[in-house]
Design a protein around this ligand. Structure first.
Ligand SMILES: [Zn+2]
Ligand SMILES: [Zn+2]
Ligand SMILES: [Zn+2]
Length: 266
């Protein structure tokens, strides 16, 4: 369990929505902002515990995120769902194969891994090639927890419009990206949290994402000690929105690293 590890943290590698912020060609105030917290790469987080590193999603910005945040090994990759902003950096897992000289386990629902295996056919088809390709071992999860290097990651089923997405709970921390609704049975799995990361795309309603106001309601209902909004669009200025939030709810930003487990109480 998380408390077995002396040092543990969750770091935001990308706090942006699917097109990133700034968006190509956009001259809005947030896209033109000088505040580094308004520069948002595509959505992903890294969980560190002891010497272990678990990545949630392989965003199209994975290569740059790994360089920027000094990621030099990966013990596993958890996939939330198969949307392009969450999977298309998969080929950039190759350097971790080179460094570690081993296959890297990837975890997702059957639905997610089916799409990944189709999208990246060359990775999984077993056809010999002269080029390098990622060496990955797919594991399909259903209800039970995924265990990576002695830490349990509990998949939490959420609605993403008409689709399904999985959040993950590990110890008293949870990361819930892209969702429009949290089913009751999943709410029950999100009690007694110290740290909750959750989707808050913008103020205007969206069919597949939670808004700032909806996420504030979720925080009120689940009562985590601290909450961080992520998967943020260019509609939200970091400073302006954060100024209006209660003090235990903050806007995530790229590079933000939060101690979790024992380190949070030290
Ligand atoms: Zn997304
Ligand atoms: Zn913009
Ligand atoms: Zn999505």
């Amino acid at each position: 369990m998380l408390d077995d590890f002396e040092a543990a943290s969750i770091q935001v590698l990308g706090s942006g929505t699917s097109v990133g912020v700034p968006m190509v060609g956009c001259d809005c105030k947030v896209c033109q902002s000088d505040d580094p917290r308004d520069k948002r790469l595509r959505p992903s987080v890294l969980i560190r515990y002891g010497p272990h590193r678990v990545l949630v999603d392989t965003s199209p910005d994975l290569r740059y995120q790994a360089l920027r945040f000094g990621i030099e090994r990966l013990d596993g990759v958890l996939y939330t769902h198969s949307h392009a902003d969450h999977i298309l950096g998969l080929d950039d897992l190759r350097p971790f194969n080179f460094l570690q000289r081993e296959e890297i386990p990837i975890y997702g629902s059957a639905e997610t891994l089916d799409v990944i295996e189709r999208t990246f056919g060359y990775v999984f088809d077993g056809v010999p090639t002269e080029s390098s390709r990622p060496h990955l071992t797919p594991h399909r999860f259903s209800e039970g927890p995924v265990v990576i290097r002695d830490l349990e990651f509990q998949p939490i089923r959420l609605a993403h419009g008409k689709g399904t997405v999985y959040g993950f709970r590990f110890g008293d921390c949870a990361y819930l990206t892209d969702h429009s609704e949290i089913p009751e049975e999943s709410e029950a799995q999100l009690q007694q949290l110290d740290v909750l990361f959750l989707d808050a795309l913008r103020y205007n309603p969206h069919p597949t994402h939670s808004t700032v106001d909806q996420s504030l309601k979720t925080v009120e209902a689940l009562r985590p000690r601290r909450a961080f909004f992520t998967h943020i669009s260019h509609d939200l200025s970091h400073a302006a929105v954060e100024a209006r939030l209660p003090s235990h709810v903050r806007m995530a930003f790229d590079g933000l690293e939060i101690p979790i487990g024992r380190s949070a109480r030290a």
